[in-house]
Write a protein that binds this ligand. Sequence first.
Ligand SMILES: CC(C)(COP(=O)(O)OP(=O)(O)OC[C@H]1O[C@@H](n2cnc3c(N)ncnc32)[C@H](O)[C@@H]1OP(=O)(O)O)[C@@H](O)C(=O)NCCC(=O)NCCS
Length: 169
Amino acid sequence: MQVKTPEQSKTILTDMVLPGETNPLNNLFGGELLARMDRAASIAARRHSRRIVVTASVNHVAFTKAVPLGSVVTVEAKVSRAFKTSMEVFIDVWIEDRESGERTKANEAIYTFVAVDDTGRPVAVPQVAPESSIEKERFAAALRRKQLSLLLAGKIKPNDATELKALFE
Ligand SMILES: CC(C)(COP(=O)(O)OP(=O)(O)OC[C@H]1O[C@@H](n2cnc3c(N)ncnc32)[C@H](O)[C@@H]1OP(=O)(O)O)[C@@H](O)C(=O)NCCC(=O)NCCS
């Protein structure tokens, strides 16, 4: 199967924050941002695998910066690593200053998608060849994150989380 770069799955969604999408402080509602990230990440996973994909887990979300009403929000998703049937997708969220156009990183998240066939059964996906230094960093740490996610979901035993154990040795 062809190996693909993260750039080949890159998906960018740019949209505004409208009044119906905010919390009482007039900042973007967290669930709305989760949905935008899920949409961008699922397109990235689909571009990588050219398959139907389903969200298997949301491994990490950092709402580090509030996103005010009226902001222009860009969600950028790329497949950072593929395993057998699952793909880790890294999402960076940026907001754009209206006057200068300067972009500030607002949030980031990591989702896991699984490619499935028409009956919902997991199917193999192409591997990832990272290119930039940040893509290489994310690729290298992805196995550790996969093991943590599986451990928390009760799908592997602590002894099988070899990458996590190595952190403490
Ligand atoms: C995701 C799903 C296909 C996994 O099915 P499964 O029977 O657990 O399949 P497997 O055990 O073979 O796992 C398939 C892959 O998913 C990975 N996976 C499963 N659960 C995971 C989790 N919590 N975190 C990270 N990876 C996970 C497995 O490690 C495996 O990866 P690999 O093949 O790359 O090694 C199945 O649980 C499903 O269809 N869930 C519903 C998805 C959905 O509807 N999402 C939208 C939510 S509203």
